[in-house]
Design a protein around this ligand. Structure first.
Ligand code: SAM
Length: 349
């Protein structure tokens, strides 16, 4: 495809999405996903593992009623800010308030001293995190928290919190800006990305297997299970997840260098539970169109997923997209042939 975005009617709107290098993000596959799913009839699009929310944002821009879910609160807040929210912004005077209203918070400055950010950046985080809770609307709080989390990810090499210090410093300008500068830019980005879709949209923050949503189409993009690498989102993003939750309801593992907290349980972290979770989700949503993103180096295999889908659905199609991972989450390196995996999009109706 020469112009990857030729399939998106309103590219300008879609391009306002504040993307990140979120693990497993379908950013680069957006045109493929749209081109394939455009061939099906549906009004409601349920994104059960929304992650960065890029796929949900796409379907909001094309006028669908979008429902999102992810068990990470920071993903859920991006949904609140950009998918559910249709009009609210954080004003310049509110940004001023967030930056300048004095308080005596110092949890981050003490607990994470020397781990990820400078003392100055940590003091900034302490102040703003407290002030955000004083904003008077949940959508404004969601924008501010999403902007704060994105600032932290942008300033980190590789956008993750599995290591401390400045390893992998690639000299990007993003790493030189202060978190305060990032935050001001990011609030603007999130404000600009808010728009009113053609239908009301909703966001959930649950384990997907515990939720039943009425939907014409369910899109499943769970963590890809491979026996040799971990797909643990909390381990990578614990700092921003803790930040948006204000570390409420999680217990920091004090003996770890990264000061992470215990991962949330997900069935997609073991082989046995992964198979069961797929079976259950397919069974629960057998009255909806089921679209599944998965890859050729993960389990269940293509053939096994086909068998599961065919048990419930007459019409099952697998689309194959050659894909080069640029993010080392599958034990692959750029330039290595083993890096070439196929991304599948199964569609069953
Ligand atoms: C492959 S990513 C989704 C990527 C997303 N489609 C995007 O383009 O950014 C998988 C997501 O599933 C979430 N997740 C993992 N286990 C979950 C569970 N049991 N219930 C809900 N969400 C879960 C993770 O937090 C992660 O955001």
């Amino acid at each position: 495809m020469d112009n990857l975005f030729e399939y998106i009617n309103d590219t300008e709107k879609f391009n306002k999405f504040p993307g990140t290098r979120y693990m497993g993000s379908k950013n680069k596959l957006i045109p493929n996903i749209l081109r394939i799913l455009e061939g099906y009839e549906f009004n409601t699009f349920y994104d059960a593992f929304a992650g960065s929310n890029v796929v949900s944002y796409l379907f909001k821009t094309v006028g669908k009623k979008v429902i999102t879910n992810d068990f990470l609160t920071f993903s859920y807040l991006i949904s609140k800010a950009l998918i559910e929210n249709s009009s609210e912004n954080v004003s310049d005077s509110e940004v001023e308030f967030l930056l300048n209203h004095k308080n005596d918070q110092n949890f981050i400055t003490n607990k994470f001293k020397g781990l990820y950010f400078s003392d100055e950046d940590n003091m900034f985080l302490d102040r703003v995190r407290f002030n955000i809770d004083l904003l008077d609307s949940e959508y404004k709080r969601a924008i501010a928290l999403s902007a704060l989390a994105r600032s932290c990810m942008k300033k980190r090499a590789r956008g993750i919190f599995t290591f401390t210090g400045e390893r992998y410093d690639d000299g990007r300008k993003d790493m030189r800006l202060s978190l305060k500068e990032h935050f001001v830019l990011n609030v603007k980005l999130f404000n600009d990305a808010v728009f009113s879709g053609d239908a009301e949209c909703y966001s959930h923050n649950e384990s997907a297997q515990n939720l039943k949503v009425e939907t014409d189409l369910i899109y499943l993009d769970p963590p890809y299970y491979t026996p040799n690498s971990d797909n643990d989102y909390v381990r990578r993003y614990h700092f921003v997840e803790g930040l948006v939750r204000n570390w409420k309801g999680v217990e920091i593992q004090e003996n770890t260098t990264t000061k992470k907290f215990k991962s949330y349980h997900s069935p997609f972290s073991t082989k046995k539970e992964t198979y069961l979770a797929f079976e259950n989700l397919i069974d629960t949503y057998s009255d909806s169109i089921i679209a599944i993103s998965y890859s050729s180096n993960s389990l269940p295999s293509k053939e096994e997923l086909l068998v599961m889908l065919k048990k419930h659905k007459k019409d099952v199609v697998v689309h194959e997209i050659d894909y080069l991972y640029s993010f080392g989450n599958q034990n692959h390196k750029i330039g290595n042939n083993a890096n070439k995996v196929k991304e599948y999009l199964f569609v069953a109706q």
